[in-house]
Design a protein. Structure first.
Length: 145
């Protein structure tokens, strides 16, 4: 709980526009932060390819994906990734010295999962689908049909 709050607080303080954007998604979107050593990282490109192949699942789960490198950040889009300068070290956010790190933040703003490798979309979706709020969304969706 403290680490999740600290992560969100650091994002909000370090990047006012980015922080406001992420904070504005609380209770509306889940956030997946993907950190890599470089935007040209093979692992980052593999992860983006996975996202590109799973757009429907990403949208269904209200997942906002933030890509971060030590020098730049971007919000994932299947059409075009628009990298912006990153003025603060992302070492504040990474826990391990790994080539790639994924941090999943739930609708409530809490860290739900952390992974240190390229992760299949199905694994991310299963984690999200077991969350209580997602279970509620699925029940409400089924009741409407």
């Amino acid at each position: 709980m403290i680490k999740a709050t600290l992560l969100i607080l650091l994002v909000c303080i370090s990047f006012p526009v980015l922080g406001q954007d992420i904070a504005s998604h609380q209770w509306m979107n889940r956030v997946l932060i993907v950190m890599a050593e470089s935007k040209d990282s093979k692992l980052l490109q593999q992860q983006i390819d996975i996202f590109n192949q799973n757009e429907v699942g990403i949208t269904e789960r209200k997942l906002l994906i933030l890509l971060m490198t030590p020098l730049e950040f971007a919000f994932y889009s299947p059409k075009k990734i628009d990298w912006q300068p990153f003025s603060t070290t992302y070492d504040n956010y990474k826990l391990r010295d790994s080539e790639i790190e994924l941090v999943l933040i739930g609708l409530d703003g809490q860290i739900k999962h952390r992974k240190y490798s390229v992760t299949p979309a199905l694994e991310i979706f299963v984690i999200i689908d077991t969350m209580p709020m997602r279970q509620s969304e699925l029940r409400n969706s089924n009741n409407q049909h």
